[in-house]
Design a protein around this ligand. Structure first.
Ligand code: FE2
Length: 198
């Protein structure tokens, strides 16, 4: 993708340091590329500028960024897989795809959360919908555009409610629970700006 520069990919590497845990060099580069592309085509200058919430209208983190969400989900997913694989060595987790899927699961948020898109959709929901395309579907589009494998595109597309319409892969099942755990645990601990102070 000739529009994406090394500097743009390096910024993603800085924001998502867990990418270094992906062993496959090509897969690692494509994870950097898809996020760099998502940011490049949005109004945002970095992942951290995206509202730190699960959906555009749900409460954000009191402190922390969307990059912290991606990192948190990735760390939880790795821990879940490593702990269970220690007890059950036959659990066939593909670690590289798990990490790539976790880092890319919300890549479509750069589109869905873009204030310009939100304004456009809210001004006329009957034109293209509100939103026209949710972040899971848009994430699939971005993943496939840069040549990420379908296993990773599946994590973007079906980590959330869309996953109820199909059977999730093993890696995406872990990512789904890591994602929901992230929001539910931080909410219970009072770390979401939802007006619940105690
Ligand atoms: Fe998420």
């Amino acid at each position: 993708m000739e529009t994406i520069t090394t500097a743009q990919k390096e910024m993603v590497r800085t924001e998502l340091p867990e990418v270094s845990q992906i062993q496959d060099v090509e897969l690692r580069e494509k994870v950097l590329e898809v996020w760099a592309l998502a940011i490049h085509e949005s109004s945002f200058n970095s992942i951290s500028e995206i509202k730190a919430s699960g959906n555009p209208d749900t409460p954000p983190l009191t402190t922390g960024t969307q990059a912290d969400h991606l990192r948190g989900v990735t760390k939880l997913a790795i821990a879940m897989a490593d702990q269970l694989c220690e007890l059950f060595p036959d659990l066939p987790v593909k670690r590289d795809l798990l990490i790539a899927g976790a880092l890319c699961h919300d890549v479509g948020k750069a589109w869905e959360f873009d204030p310009k898109n939100q304004q456009r959709w809210k001004e006329s929901p009957k034109s293209a919908g509100l939103p026209s395309i949710r972040h899971p579907a848009y994430g699939v589009y971005l993943c496939l555009r840069v040549g990420l494998p379908e296993e990773v595109a599946h994590c973007a597309g079906a980590h959330s409610g869309e996953g109820q319409l199909l059977r999730r892969s093993l890696e995406n099942t872990i990512i789904h629970y890591a994602d929901y755990s992230f929001w539910h645990v931080l909410k219970a601990g009072g770390l979401l700006a939802d007006g619940q102070t105690h």
